[in-house]
Design a protein around this ligand. Structure first.
Ligand code: AMP
Length: 317
């Protein structure tokens, strides 16, 4: 992978007299320090900076965030960093897909201006070893579900997001509802820091209903087929909601039934009030509901979720 080079891209800020022939470069920066300087220059020139943090292996879900950011900001930057602090399983970290050049080519096509990366050492230059990094308290929304299944995960997410936000200084940062609990943790972080505005975008799905995920490339064809039972269970649950089912325990039973049919190894299949995160599972009738599921399909751990009392998803079933 060669960073610090430029590729040509269509530019949405082209002066009118340049017409469609005007091209600009997607700036590829190899370290956070150069990214910090680039972003500071943009802000000093009066441009609003939109930011999309990612771990790379980009897919349509990521690109939807970038397109939204391109529409709402003067310039957009994307970070690609497979953050070791948020992986509680070293094997998961080792096999996480990485392809910077393919990612840069995709970003170029959707009008992103800058992409940057870096090493853990570059993000935390004062620290000699990863285990000396003091992680941030991710707050109460980190408790339960993903927080319980992946100890330390949200501390690692909050720590790197704070560092990335301080590098970029964005007005807005874009996250996917696909990682619903993460979006709550990041909103809390932004409230504590006083910036940026957090924009949460709908989950983008393949035609089969499977939510796009970087980990999908690790699935065999048969596993990919099996993995569709996550979204099938969630959409079955939404139908049950539309048919008037409101009792939390009954709704959960519908979801588990669908997942058992799919033959995946369920880690959790739960409901939460999206406006009031609780560690405990709700009981009794629900006013609003987010259904959340984590399951292993072969060696790959997948998560998905769906708001039951709303249906504005991309590619909804
Ligand atoms: P990741 O590279 O997995 O850390 O994801 C980077 C951002 O993309 C996060 O805010 C994710 O929630 C978001 N994202 C991942 N998959 C999807 C998807 N299928 N639809 C929408 N956003 C997504």
């Amino acid at each position: 992978m060669i960073l610090g080079t430029s590729v040509s891209t269509g530019n949405r800020h082209a002066p009118a007299h340049c017409g469609s022939l005007f091209t600009m470069t997607l700036v590829r920066l190899p370290d956070p320090e150069r990214a910090r300087r680039w972003c500071a220059e943009q802000r000093a020139d009066g441009r609003s900076v939109g930011f999309v943090p990612t771990m790379g292996a980009l897919h349509e879900g990521h690109l939807a965030l970038v397109r939204r950011a391109v529409a709402e900001n003067d310039v957009v930057c994307v970070s690609i960093f497979v953050n070791p602090l948020q992986f509680n399983d070293p094997k998961d970290l080792a096999r996480y897909p990485r392809d910077f050049d393919a990612d840069a080519a995709q970003l170029e096509r959707v009008g992103c201006e800058m992409v940057f990366s870096g090493t853990l050492q570059q993000f935390f230059p004062k620290v000699k070893q990863a285990d000396q990094i003091v992680t941030r308290d991710p707050g109460p929304c980190a408790e339960g579900l993903e927080g319980a299944s992946r100890p330390g995960h949200f501390g690692g997410v909050a720590t790197i997001c704070e560092r990335l936000f301080r590098v970029v200084g964005p007005g807005r940062a874009y996250f996917g509802e696909k990682d619903f609990q993460q979006s709550l943790v990041v909103k809390q972080l932004a409230r504590e820091l006083g910036f940026p505005e957090i924009v949460v975008c709908p989950t983008v799905r393949e035609p089969s209903g499977l939510a796009y995920s970087s980990r999908n490339v690790l699935l065999t064809d048969a596993e990919r087929q099996q993995a569709t039972c996550l979204s099938k269970a969630l959409f079955a649950l939404r139908r049950a909601w539309h048919n008037g089912k409101r009792d939390a325990i009954e709704l959960r039973t519908v979801m588990l039934h669908e997942l058992e049919h799919g033959g995946v190894q369920v880690e959790y299949a739960e409901l939460r009030d999206p406006h009031a995160w609780t560690v405990e599972s709700p009981t009794g009738p629900m006013l609003r509901a987010q259904a959340l599921v984590a399951a292993r399909v072969g060696k790959v751990r997948l998560i998905d979720n769906l708001r039951l009392d709303r249906d504005d998803d991309v590619g909804a079933q």
